[in-house]
Design a protein around this ligand. Structure first.
Ligand code: FAD
Ligand code: NAP
Length: 540
């Protein structure tokens, strides 16, 4: 059973306060935790008041249910009676009431697109909207997909396909130069072929039911100079295909990315252009952010890193191409007592120096995570119980860190607390190997005790090997023999640590840890005259 402390919930520093987009969570009454909600949904109680019936809901009907004790909300075309959930909602009743009696899809996507509401609220399902939900507007009529779809305007993505006896190549023309292998995610599962291309603040989605069978593995190539991506599929039978397949949901759509929603809303130029051309071009523009896509990955290894933190290695399915960009996170999803729970995690490299670990597995099929197990937590104990060979679902990446921040960078400062170290791993690897302008990297790593320091000896070896790197450990609860720095993030610690190499050097400070740590750190950095552009804080 979850050991739920009785007073303030969530505890001031609990993970439960880690809210998406830095939202504050409200204190919930005792007995109203996520686990309590799961128990209620399993109790057999009629939570909709409809005795198990599902109904078609008209807009007029939906509008009537707009009170706290009778509150219906539509999310992606499905209507839920959320009144029984009110007291369990970490964001509070008022946040739910903002969508009372209406379509809450947009609001939901802004705040927590990753929350698996279908599973969490399945006992609250009233039925479907009688009118088709907005997300389906962008769907093309079910027809054959042919190469005619490729005939689009000069500045919009498009695709084409061609074949040989044994291969089918799908070519995506992004019309952007800064495309690389991180920019494309391909999944081929059962009958569905999906290719998501990240083009600036948008996702361009190809989603097709292929007309013929193909083999599991495929290759992906990027021609950076012209922004072309080629996905080469191997036919199962060497026959000629008359057409590629039929379009599935949101096929050939340009979709704003969640992290870019603000930019999208402000960017009237793009919207205007897309709106003007929407009728002319065959691709569709979906105003809704689609839910994150998950694929099942297999647990390959699990290794203790500290007394409570483990290095998990997951293998992607052979029919997936996915590389998580530096500074981005994914969501892991597991069923917990019948309800699907998701939590965000930041992939790391297998080690700080590849020579520390032999043999090195190929980067593109394995994803590593450093995850702290909270014995009284909801998700991590379940994750820790997985056996080698078990599966866990992994979402597509999310996050607003841009690698362009490293251009011409001279001084890089990293402030990490606890597992807030995770985004720093790939940043360190990348900065020390790929940024020629870099003069100095300084990591200040805050932990409770020496035993909590993740990869301490690797960090020390790396700093020894590369003189540009300095590492400073700060402990909040050290033993009396500790002769290093102690305490919490403070003006004194930061002003001494954050010395620019040169007066005007180009600098970036990255900060990640418990939300209050990060928020305080950002305030201190601003007090020390670092500009917004010079600070990147990692949040959900
Ligand atoms: P939770 O159930 O959230 O509990 C965590 C702690 O809060 C426990 O100590 C628990 O006892 C306490 N608690 C729970 N309920 C209560 C209550 N009612 N009252 C008081 N205390 C309570 N973590 C990593 O380890 N590695 C990563 O790479 C990583 N990346 C992340 C990336 C992002 C963008 C974000 C936002 C978070 C990341 N995290 C990462 C944190 C991770 O998402 C989870 O929050 C963490 O694993 C805890 O999940 P849990 O369900 O096991 O614990
Ligand atoms: P922890 O061990 O509890 O804390 C690490 C250090 O930070 C300790 O020295 C701790 O001091 C200090 N600290 C905690 N809260 C503080 C505060 N309010 N002000 C100043 N110092 C504070 O950390 P953890 O359990 O590993 O948790 C790591 C956090 O990072 C989680 O909240 C996780 O969600 C977050 N995270 C975020 C991302 C992201 O990308 N957004 C990625 C990874 C992790 P005390 O001894 O006083 O507690």
């Amino acid at each position: 059973m979850l050991n739920v402390p009785s007073q303030s919930f969530p505890a001031p520093r609990s993970q439960q306060r880690v809210a998406s987009g830095g939202r504050s969570k409200v204190p919930l009454k005792q007995g109203r935790s996520l686990m309590d909600w799961i128990r209620l949904t399993k109790s057999g109680k009629d939570l909709t008041g409809l005795k198990g019936r599902l109904i078609e809901v008209t807009e007029e009907e939906l509008k009537k249910h707009n009170k706290k004790d009778d509150c219906w909300i539509c999310i992606r075309g499905f209507v839920y009676n959320v009144s029984p959930y009110m007291e369990y909602h970490p964001g509070g009743e008022d946040e739910l009431m903002r969508a009372a009696g209406s379509d809450g899809t947009e609001l939901f996507d802004q705040v927590h697109r990753w929350v698996n509401y279908e599973s969490m609220l399945k006992e609250c399902l009233v039925g479907r909207m009688a009118i088709k939900p907005a997300v389906l507007k962008g769907m093309l009529p079910k027809s054959q997909v042919t190469d005619t779809l490729a005939k689009e305007g000069p500045s919009y993505p498009s695709y084409d396909w061609f074949q040989t006896n044994s291969l089918v190549t799908i070519a995506i023309y992004t019309k952007q130069k800064d495309i690389n292998l991180d920019s494309i995610i391909v999944d081929h599962q059962d009958d569905s072929f999906r290719a998501e291309t990240i083009i600036k603040d948008f996702l361009y989605l190809i989603h097709i039911g292929l007309s013929h069978e193909v083999q599991e593995d495929f290759s992906v190539r990027v021609v950076e100079s012209v922004g072309k991506i080629e996905i080469v599929l191997k036919k199962k039978e060497n026959t000629s295909w008359d057409f590629l397949g039929h379009p599935l949901e949101n096929h050939n759509s340009l979709i704003p990315r969640k992290d870019a929603e603000d930019t999208y809303m402000k960017n009237s130029y793009i919207r205007k252009n897309i709106n003007q051309r929407r009728e002319t071009f065959i691709f569709t523009f979906s105003p809704n952010v689609v839910g994150l896509y998950y694929r099942k990955c297999q647990l390959i290894s699990k290794e203790n890193v500290t007394h409570d933190t483990r290095l998990f290695c997951l293998m992607l399915p052979p029919s997936t191409h996915l590389q998580v960009p530096i500074g981005q996170h994914v969501y892991l999803k597991l069923p917990i007592t019948g309800t699907e729970i998701v939590k965000p995690y930041t992939p790391v490299s297998g080690s700080l120096l590849s020579e520390f670990k032999e043999p090195v597995l190929p980067n593109n099929k394995y994803i590593y995570f450093l995850i702290k197990i909270y014995h009284t937590g909801l998700f991590t104990p379940e994750l820790d119980r997985l056996q080698i060979g078990d599966f866990v679902s992994v979402s597509s990446p999310e996050g607003n860190f841009k690698i362009s921040k490293f251009q011409e960078l001279e001084d890089l400062f990293l402030l990490a607390a606890g597992t807030g170290f995770t985004p720093m791993v790939k940043i360190l690897n990348y900065a020390l190997t790929d940024i020629p302008s870099l003069r100095k990297v300084k990591l200040m790593f805050f932990n409770k005790t020496e035993d909590d320091i993740i990869w301490r000896s690797q960090l020390e070896k790396l700093a020894f090997k590369d003189k540009r790197l300095d590492v400073e450990f700060v402990l909040s609860a050290p033993v009396s023999e500790w002769n290093g720095k102690q305490g919490h993030i403070s003006p004194a610690l930061l002003s001494e640590f954050l010395k620019r190499n040169l007066d005007k050097s180009k600098v970036l400070v990255c900060i990640c840890g418990p939300v209050p740590f990060t928020e305080q750190g950002v305030r201190l950095l601003q007090d020390l005259n670092f500009s917004k552009n010079e600070i990147h804080s990692f949040t959900a």
